[in-house]
Design a protein around this ligand. Structure first.
Ligand code: ARG
Length: 461
């Protein structure tokens, strides 16, 4: 049997393999809400502009609402022969209201229809993701306040660098996530133009009102070029780029959780709810959730890469290649959403081992920079020389197999006569972090100020 929607010039139906490669209903069925909303807006506009009678409009809208209820209720059977969500909905509408259904597609094509549906879907998803990012930020801010005074080692090259506060470390991710939310909202701003009414590629001779449908669907304005409108997928590329950067941040944090929760570090304990055991090693508590969050960037960035490759070299306007946009994008956006939820759970549940963190913070001569700074400030020694003297002090401690705080005043004087007993005050990790009060520095007082600022920003109080 040839196709009902375009069967006029076809003698036979498609080969089974053609149907299989061509159908997108398996994944685009999740666009049903957007598809029906778009059709209702279109039908309403067609009636307002006199292209459709009021009776046909009413029948179409009532029918579409029935289709919506059927899909939501789970009684709708999707047909692969009908290719995609657009034709599944329209075909069901025809079953319900007869010929009037055929008038819905006046002044419209599946090309502008799919672009509209997908934009509406991406817009809704951005809104959900931004809420999720904010929820994770708030969980981090809450923990940062609790851990404002918790001292941990700060690393560069994963070597002990200088002590920092755990609260400061957690707030670093709050900043990253703040930029992520900003990027998603930027993408939302740019995507918010309606392609509907661009028709197949050239526009339409009917006296439609694209501003009206744009407004009904919450778009800021209609797109200004019909060729661009039906062949543009920047909106999903941009969203996937923002999603990839966000997933990269989550991956870095997840990696830290994996390291921190190891027996060797023991900085944090992840809760039973977010770890798994081993079937052979009874002692194990594996950070599976963190590892999976660490890995999700693979498919999210993969989606961005695969879609960029699909789009490159495509001549204007629509080509069926573009149907490949949805499957990877849905998977990527679902993955980011799940990762954000898992991270929020882990952050809220983890316990910090403050003693362990503090002990580790003073390892590796982490207050050496404080000695150099003391030499500069108290003895007016140029920083480069102070760096050299401190290097000799560290070498001596290493030789004596003790920490910097284990050195006596004689030890210090042996390296440089000018040093006096005041030096001991700067050797503790507490003094080190408390001193770092420069704007954006790790001092507990700063952490509390920044946490309060974020709390106000995120909760509005
Ligand atoms: N399922 C198609 C897609 O996802 C809808 C647009 C089809 N347009 C067409 N001219 N065949 O891209």
């Amino acid at each position: 049997m040839s196709n009902k929607m375009w069967g006029g010039r076809f003698a036979t139906g498609p080969d089974a393999i053609m149907e299989e490669i061509n159908a997108s209903i398996g994944f685009d069925q999740r666009l049903f809400r957007q598809d029906i909303a778009g059709s209702i807006a279109h039908a309403t506009m067609l009636a307002e502009t006199g292209i459709l009678t009021q009776e046909d409009r009413d029948a179409i809208i009532a029918g579409l609402n029935e289709v919506l209820a059927e899909i939501e209720g789970g009684s709708f059977t999707f047909s692969r022969a009908l290719e995609d969500i657009h034709m599944n909905v329209e075909s069901k509408l025809r079953e319900k209201i007869g010929d009037a259904a055929g008038r819905l597609h006046t002044a419209r094509s599946r090309n502008d229809q799919v672009a509209t549906d997908f934009k509406l879907y991406v817009r809704d998803t951005i809104d959900t993701l931004v809420v999720q990012v904010h929820t994770l930020q708030l969980a981090l801010v809450t923990r940062a306040e609790e851990e404002a005074e918790t001292i941990m080692p700060g690393f560069t090259h994963l070597q002990s660098a200088q002590p920092v506060t755990f609260g400061h470390h957690l707030l670093a991710y709050v900043e990253m996530l703040g930029r992520d939310a900003g990027r998603l909202l930027d993408a939302r701003k740019r995507l918010n133009e309606s392609p509907l009414g661009s028709a197949a590629l050239a526009g339409t001779p009917y006296p439609i009102d694209r501003h009206m449908t744009a407004e009904k669907l919450g778009f800021d304005r209609p797109t200004a070029n019909s060729l661009d409108a039906v062949s543009d997928r920047d909106f999903i590329l941009e969203t996937l780029a923002a999603a990839s950067i966000c997933a990269m941040h989550l991956s870095r944090f997840a990696e830290e959780m994996v390291i921190w929760s190891s027996a060797q570090f023991g900085f944090v304990r992840l809760s039973d709810k977010f770890t798994t055991g081993s079937s052979i090693m009874p002692q194990k508590r594996n950070p599976d959730a963190a590892e999976l969050v660490r890995a999700k960037i693979g498919r999210i960035l993969g989606a961005l890469t695969s879609l960029l490759v699909v789009m490159k070299g495509l001549p204007l306007a629509y080509s069926k290649d573009m149907q490949e946009d949805k499957e990877v994008a849905f998977d990527a956006l679902d993955s980011l959403s799940l990762s954000l939820a898992a991270m929020t759970g882990m952050v809220g549940d983890m316990t910090a081992n403050r003693e362990r963190m503090r002990a580790s913070a003073s390892a590796g001569f982490s207050t050496a920079t404080d000695i150099a700074d003391w030499l500069v400030r108290q003895l007016n020694i140029p920083f480069r020389d102070a760096h050299h003297i401190t290097g000799q002090i560290v070498a001596l401690a290493e030789q004596k197999n003790c920490g910097l705080e284990g050195l006596t005043i004689e030890d210090f004087k042996f390296i440089d006569q000018r040093i006096d007993s005041r030096i001991h005050k700067v050797l503790t990790v507490e003094a080190s972090v408390a001193a770092r009060q420069s704007y954006g520095g790790t001092a507990p007082a700063n952490v509390l100020i920044q946490a309060a600022r974020w709390k106000t920003e995120l909760t509005g109080v």
